[in-house]
Every structure is written in C-alpha cells, then in structure tokens.
Design a protein around this ligand. Structure first.
Ligand SMILES: NC(=O)c1ccc[n+]([C@@H]2O[C@H](COP(=O)([O-])OP(=O)(O)OC[C@H]3O[C@@H](n4cnc5c(N)ncnc54)[C@H](OP(=O)(O)O)[C@@H]3O)[C@@H](O)[C@H]2O)c1
Length: 418
C-alpha cells in the first residue's frame, strides 16, 4: 500500500482534487496532520467515503517539512508522495484564492448516461459556481439534471441541449454561451458514439466522423475564448477531449498521401465499406488525439488553456449499445466487460482528473491514459501520423470556417501561426 500525503493547506476544490488524485491512483493511505481535521471532512466526499481502501490517519504528525521520519510507525509507508503544492503548505490563507477556487464554471457534454453522468455527479459535489451539462434534447436535459442533482445532493445544475450530429445545434449552444458571456474553467468534451453503420447526418457527414470529430473540434474551437476568459496567472483553463486507447487500434490510412482530402475520403460512402466502418470508432478517436496536438502547439507559451486528450480505460457504459445488435459482438462485449471493465464511476475519475487537478500546463497537448501522461500510438507519433495531423487541422479549419465564421476569428485572435 502506498501512502499519499496530501499536504495542501488550501481548502475547496484544489484540496479535493488532490484527494481525488489519490483515489484514482488506487489504494492509498491518506495522511493528514491532527490539527487539520478539516481535511478528513473534505476527504469524505459529500459525506460518504468513495474509496473503500481509503484511510485517514488524523494522527499522522506534523507534515509541514515533509519529513518521512516524523510519520508514525503505524503508517505503512512504502512510497511517500507529496503533492506538488506541498511547498505552499504554510502559506497564508487567501480569501480571494479560496473564492476563485470555489467559483469555477465547469461544462461536460453527454451527461445523461455513462462516464459523463458519473463525472457530472462528482463535479456537482465540488459545488462549483456553475455546472453546465449537455444532453441531446430537452427531455434528456431535464432527466440528467434531476438525476445528477439527486445523486450529488445539489440543486443548482443547468442542462442545455447539444446534438453533435448537427452543426446548427453546436452553433446554437455556442451562441447561448456567448450571449451569457460567462468564463469557463473546464470543458469536458465527453460525448461520442460507436457504431458500425454508415449513416449521414443532415449536414452530409458520416455520423461518427461528425459527432466524434468534426463537431467536437468545432465545439472546442468555439469554447476557446470562454476558456481563455477564465485563465489567471496561477490557474489555466482546461479543455479535455475524451478520446480512448482504442486509437491504438485505428487502421493506417493506406494511400493517404494521394488523397486530395482526408476528411472527404473518410466521408465517402464508397470508401466506407463494412470493414472500414468496423474501425470507424477507433479512427475517430485517433483523429481526436491528433486534433488535440494542433491547437495545443499553436497556443502561446505559457498557454492560457491546457488542452488534453484522455483515455478513461475500458469501462461499463452504454457506448457499445449500437454494435451489440451484432450477436457475436454482443457476446464478446459482455464477456470482455465481465472480465475486465471498470465501473462507470471509476472510469469517470479519469474525466475529473484533468479538469480539477493542478499541473495542467504539464499535461498541455498530451494524451493521458488513466490519469497519467502517456504516449500516443506509434502511428500518431510517426512521420506519417504527424503529417496527417497537420493536414487534418488545415482541412478541419477550412470546413469549420464555412460552418461558423467565428472559427477563423478565434484562430487569428488566439492561436499563433506555425
Ligand atoms: N466506456 C468505455 O469503455 C470507454 C473507453 C474509452 C473511451 N471512452 C469514451 O468515453 C466517452 C463517454 O463514453 P461512455 O462510455 O460513457 O458512453 P455512453 O454511455 O454511450 O455515453 C455517451 C454519451 O454521449 C452522448 N452522445 C452520443 N451521441 C451524441 C450526439 N450525437 N450528440 C450529443 N451527445 C451524444 C450520449 O447521449 P445519448 O444517450 O443521448 O446517446 C451519452 O450521453 C466517449 O468519448 C467514449 O469514446 C469510453
């Protein structure tokens, strides 16, 4: 068992984020000095202990100077991990800092079920100033709001409709955010689909390509000014795109160098044979991982927004509902989930982590797997992968700029030319 010493004097979200980090990292013994009983209260998330292997040693002794020898013998310490902010442990309490940390505005997409729902419940328990959830329609919004409020014992959540299969819906969502003019501290682009079926949206794009990639990219760009607005010298806004380790299984795009347009080809019904569509979800996740690198490399340094793609790991959720119409797939999915899948709640912690945990600038532009910075697939990192990323960015911006003129304005105002 490893010990994670949470040694942060601050209250509220930052401290909770550290606790969360400890939970995500697995069984841990949490140490808190006796004088800081408050940490023990905070550790009990909404009154309940959310990790069964989570212990609090109120008598852990004075930790101010991080001296391991000061720890009581009773603590089974193999590895003392001191959080990054331990150095500010004796800092003065700042009312302004406290208020800013408590008053965050968080947005999560795709929250009626699955990882998005569980992440929304956790975020609601942080009692942010504003928690905005999205689902595909008003009825699901009403239900998601009610369910999240019930599970988190809160009552000030908002839910707005956002259908990623429609650029019009994405534009309307962005208009509404703009008209209210509020800054966003963290935006978690979680919503995605997995299907083997080729179907076109009303905008003429293959559905997975539009929902998982084009609309997610449009949304990310339209949210940049609102994220930038919330950034301060010490806290950077976060844009989190929920990708997947499925991107490792994305097939290589054979002959891509000769395709006049990558997105045009991927949208072409003739190209999208059954075997291509069987790999479409994986490919869409590769496109998301590649997308993240591009705005990240064009934002100024230090960045006003930390852009990250994440993999929550294999989890129970509704994601496979469409592919389960195939009986063989259904069997494989059920056996695989029974043997390997994490609970939806456990997976949701990977969404929470980059949205609330400090060191956001260290994660900027990176792919994170199960709360740690990880390498993208060899294909994404290869010279061909880099060239595809670059071409994709250019094509994507060209397409999105026709859909919404704000795209070019945002890019020229906030991103650097490369
Ligand atoms: N579960 C896993 O093992 C796993 C592993 C790696 C990565 N991920 C990623 O985690 C994220 C969440 O997936 P999940 O497993 O929680 O799946 P899920 O249970 O199917 O939830 C997906 C969410 O996205 C929404 N959504 C789907 N299509 C949409 C559209 N056109 N417009 C707006 N919202 C839409 C769904 O709404 P409806 O219910 O209305 O369709 C739902 O709220 C996805 O990005 C997925 O790729 C999941």
């Amino acid at each position: 068992m490893s010990a994670h010493a949470i040694n942060d004097r601050r209250h509220g979200q930052t401290t909770l984020a550290h606790f969360f980090f400890a939970f995500v990292r697995g069984p841990c013994k949490l140490l808190s000095s006796g004088a800081w009983g408050e940490r023990c209260r905070l550790a009990k998330f909404g009154g309940e202990c959310i990790h069964s292997d989570f212990h609090i040693c109120e008598d852990a002794g004075r930790m101010g100077n991080h001296v391991a020898s000061e720890l009581p013998k009773s603590c089974d310490v193999e590895n003392l991990w001191l959080c990054e902010r331990a150095s500010v442990v004796m800092a003065k309490f700042s009312v302004l800092l406290f208020l800013r940390e408590q008053w965050t505005v968080l947005v999560v997409t795709g929250t009626n079920v699955g990882l998005g729902f569980e992440a929304a419940v956790h975020l609601a328990k942080l009692k942010p100033k504003r928690l905005l959830l999205t689902t595909r329609d008003e009825a699901k919004c009403k239900q998601a709001k009610q369910d999240v409020e019930q599970c988190s014992v809160t009552n000030n959540i908002e839910a707005w409709p956002l259908e990623l299969g429609s650029f019009d819906s994405v534009r309307k969502f962005a208009d509404r955010i703009e008209s209210e003019g509020f800054p966003i501290n963290a935006f978690i682009a979680n919503a995605s689909i997995a299907t083997f079926t080729y179907a076109k949206t009303q905008d003429g794009w293959e559905t997975t390509l539009q929902v998982n990639y084009l609309s997610t990219a449009l949304l990310s760009i339209l949210m940049l000014p609102h994220l930038i607005k919330s950034t301060t010298a010490s806290d950077t806004a976060r844009l989190v795109i929920v990708a997947s380790d499925a991107h490792f299984r994305a097939n290589k795009l054979k002959g891509v160098a000769n395709w006049p347009s990558i997105l045009g080809k991927l949208n072409d019904e003739e190209y999208c044979t059954a075997s291509v569509m069987k790999n479409r979800y994986e490919l869409s996740k590769l496109l998301q991982v590649m997308f993240v690198r591009e705005p990240a490399s064009r934002l100024p340094n230090p960045t006003p927004v930390s852009v990250t793609s994440i993999n929550p790991g294999f989890c129970h959720s509704r994601l496979t509902r469409s592919v389960e119409s195939n009986l063989v797939m259904k069997l494989m999915v059920h056996v695989g989930k029974a043997l390997l899948a994490r609970t939806t709640e456990m997976g949701s912690r990977a969404l929470m982590h980059p949205a609330v945990e400090p060191s956001e600038r260290d994660r900027h532009g990176r792919y994170m797997s199960c709360v740690e910075v990880a390498e993208e697939s060899d294909y994404a990192l290869s010279e061909e992968g880099k060239e595809i990323s670059r071409r994709l960015w250019e094509e994507t911006i060209e397409i999105l700029a026709k859909i919404d003129p704000r795209v070019n304005q945002i890019i020229s105002q906030h991103l650097l030319a490369r």
